[in-house]
Write a protein that binds this ligand. Structure first.
Ligand SMILES: *Cc1c(COP(=O)(O)O)cnc(C)c1O
Length: 231
């Protein structure tokens, strides 16, 4: 069973308060941070309740699931694709998403470029880094980032908007601060060369406060909005 509109509104208000407090530690506030409610595995009806509670940004991991929800939810929703994207699914996300957080390989960028060319569209994307160099995670290694950005920046249909990372699973929220800090240093460095850079996407339910304090301006929060996922 999904949560009610009131439950979701309360969860989100709590999150907003914590986001605001963390942002203030770095001279920012709630309005400087985009909160993406991660709605993977959450039913369309419950996402509809979240929309009614005033949430606008939703993150989905699976294209199929995203398409189903998109069909029944209002056009005002801003959809983010945050999970690994297979090249053969690119054609389904060309028109409806506001940001792809998981651009993680050149073959994917090439497919996006090709499909966008064909459809006369563009896509805004974040480059996903594998900041902890974990074999089980996708993403670019930081030493390959300069080269990757150069390769993608010549593609005319991809707007490079910044960076994203999922640091290693941590026991305590603070454990990932060094990774978050490293990401912010990379973000600031490449922002000089890529003026469209504006989003640093890091921080989830367990560690978004630390992420914001280290410079994140997009957090992706599932469990704290919708409750624990059953699968
Ligand atoms: C599931 C997921 C999240 C949200 O995780 P929670 O711990 O539930 O907040 C954030 N980012 C990505 C890429 C995810 O897959």
């Amino acid at each position: 069973m999904g949560l009610s509109k009131d439950d979701i509104a309360k969860n989100f208000a709590d999150i907003e308060e914590r986001v605001d407090a963390s942002a203030k530690k770095t001279g920012r506030s709630r309005s400087d941070i985009t909160i993406v409610a991660v709605s993977k595995t959450v039913g369309a009806e419950t996402v509809g309740q979240a929309v009614e509670a005033g949430i606008r940004d939703f993150g989905e991991n699976y294209v199929q699931e995203y398409l189903k929800k998109r069909e029944v939810l209002p056009d005002t929703v801003r959809w983010h694709i945050i999970g690994p994207l297979q090249s053969n699914k690119v054609k389904y996300i060309l028109n409806g998403i506001c940001l792809l957080h998981s651009l993680d390989r050149l073959a994917l960028a090439q497919e996006i470029e090709k499909q966008c060319e064909k459809n006369g569209t563009e896509i805004s994307a974040l480059v996903q880094l594998n900041i902890g160099k974990e074999p089980t995670k996708s993403g670019i290694f930081e030493e390959d980032l300069a080269h990757f950005l150069r390769d993608v920046s010549v593609m005319r249909r991809i707007r490079l908007k910044g960076l994203m990372a999922i640091p290693p699973a941590a026991l305590k929220a603070d454990d990932n601060r060094p990774y978050f800090e490293r990401m912010r240093i990379l973000f600031d460095r490449y922002k000089r060369d890529y003026p469209d850079f504006q989003y640093l996407s890091m921080g989830m339910s367990g560690d978004f406060e630390a992420a914001i304090e280290e410079g994140s301006n997009v957090v992706r929060i599932g469990t704290a909005v919708f409750g624990a996922r059953s699968n």
